[in-house]
Design a protein around this ligand. Structure first.
Ligand SMILES: *Cc1c(COP(=O)(O)O)cnc(C)c1O
Length: 454
């Protein structure tokens, strides 16, 4: 039986630049606004939180930004990542479609997140920063930054959402092995955390709360900066190594994708895969449809509003224009922890608003069904987040079968699911719940949106 075909690039082909979609968009992105004054932010406003190199990337309009050699060296630990053709999955689906996937689970940490963790740690180190504060939901981001901290000799403090801290002890242990300090958020170690705990001692936490704690930590210490694993422009930028490599690998395969798919929580692996393809399309080459997949339980793009909102619960972050469910919205505890965020990256939100990409929302059970079929045919156990992309890739392949027409499908397999077996167990035993779109709670959270002039 035919196994997967693998498309590998040698280390030489690790991209030398990151790709900035802003250079190819028909309109400039709306500016971030100061959380206090509501006026557009200047670079100095961000200086307490980020090193200048990352601030400049955040506002850059250059199409290509050079990747410093020490970061390319770190990328060599696992890049270029492979693209596979999923022959066995195609056969199981009896589809004329060709299914390809880019596998980011080969990184230390097991997901795409080290692509930006290594870059952020290096730029901080390069400007003399000693310590990073960050939040983590399911633990993949915290793990990736912990590894980066170990490689570059930076202290890392991770505020881990309480619900995950209790449910995913192995992720916490892994971060500790790499030398990071991990506390459950809300924690007694910040003023905001103490305030939440006083009001709700058994709070399960949320990404929005953990971000507030990490931002407070960085803003109140001179030796510390803040690091975010998704959403921001510079984070999306670092992830574009994925799509740039994939473009070369699809050329090796001699195929042009009809559809490019990725899951979207904050939007970074989606942008990393999709933006290089979208930029190429905007410059006149190729016509793939581009699809972002989100959970029904946190449907920011398919059900949220495109407006200015805060990135966190305490309203410490700048306001950015994005698809949001409201900064007070706490999604149901679905098993794709990396997709439980109230907002979507401003750049992903903008291309969605411009009609340049499609968005779909899917329920948990169908995503695990897809993930299990994928594991049994392709032998890789996918992360629950990645199962969202697999679900839509399979749906596309089934549609091609119905139509009896060929279709070339490319999706990003953002990570492996070795730490998510308890979620698979729940699925296999029939205990996994599908949450209806929480219309009431979204309406309540949207009522608390900031009012911004203009
Ligand atoms: C964190 C994570 C995601 C979601 O984050 P994005 O910023 O939307 O990419 C998706 N897949 C995996 C495996 C993750 O770890």
């Amino acid at each position: 039986m035919s196994q997967r075909t693998k498309f590998v690039l040698d280390e030489e082909r690790i991209p030398r630049t990151w790709y900035n979609i802003v250079a190819d968009l028909p309109v400039p992105p709306p500016p971030p606004l100061h959380p206090g004054t509501g006026l557009p932010l200047g670079p100095d406003d961000l200086a307490p939180l980020f090193p200048m190199a990352l601030i400049l990337q955040e506002v850059s309009t250059d199409r290509y930004i050079e990747i410093p050699d020490p970061i390319r060296d770190a990328y060599q630990l696992y890049r270029p990542s492979p693209v596979y053709r999923a022959h066995r999955l195609e056969k199981a689906l009896d589809t004329p479609a060709h299914i390809y996937y880019k596998y980011e689970g080969v990184s230390p940490g097991g997901s795409h997140k080290p692509n930006t963790a290594f870059a952020q740690a290096w730029f901080n180190k390069n400007e003399g920063v000693k310590r990073l504060a960050t939040e983590t939901g399911a633990g993949q981001w915290g793990t990736s930054l912990a590894i980066a901290g170990a490689l570059y000799g930076l202290e890392v403090k991770v505020y881990m959402v309480r619900a995950s801290y209790d449910q995913k002890p192995y992720r916490r242990m892994l971060m500790e092995v790499y030398g990071s300090e991990v506390v459950a958020s809300p924690s007694p170690t910040t003023e905001y955390g103490r305030r939440v705990l006083a009001a709700t001692p058994d709070s399960p936490g949320s990404l929005g709360m953990a971000i507030s704690e990490a931002v407070e930590d960085a803003a109140t210490r001179d030796d510390t900066k803040y690091s975010l694993g998704s959403v921001l422009n510079h984070v999306l930028l670092h992830q574009t190594v994925i799509g740039q490599e994939a473009i070369e690998q699809m050329a090796m395969a001699g195929e042009e994708p009809d559809v490019v798919i990725a899951c979207a929580g904050g939007g970074s692996n989606f942008a990393g895969m999709a933006f290089p393809w979208l930029g190429r399309k905007l410059r006149g080459t190729g016509t793939p449809r581009i699809v972002a997949v989100e959970p029904e339980a946190a449907p920011s793009m398919t059900r949220g509003v495109y407006t200015y909102d805060f990135g966190d619960t305490a309203r410490l972050t700048p306001m950015v224009k994005m698809h949001t469910l409201g900064h007070d919205f706490i999604p149901e505890p679905i098993h794709a922890g990396g997709l439980r965020y109230h907002g979507m990256a401003p750049l992903v939100s903008l291309v969605k608003d411009l009609g340049l990409i499609e968005a779909r929302a899917v329920h948990q059970n169908p995503t695990f069904e897809a993930g299990v079929l994928f594991a049994r045919t392709e032998a890789i156990l996918p992360a629950p987040e990645s199962n969202h992309a697999i679900r839509v890739a399979i749906d596309e392949a089934l549609e091609a079968r119905e139509e009896g027409t060929p279709r070339v499908i490319l999706f990003n397999l953002s990570g492996h699911g070795h730490f998510d077996l308890s979620s698979y167990e729940r699925y296999l035993s029939g205990a996994l719940q599908d949450f209806e779109y929480p219309a009431e709670r979204v309406r309540a959270a949207l009522a608390a949106l900031p009012v911004v002039g203009g």
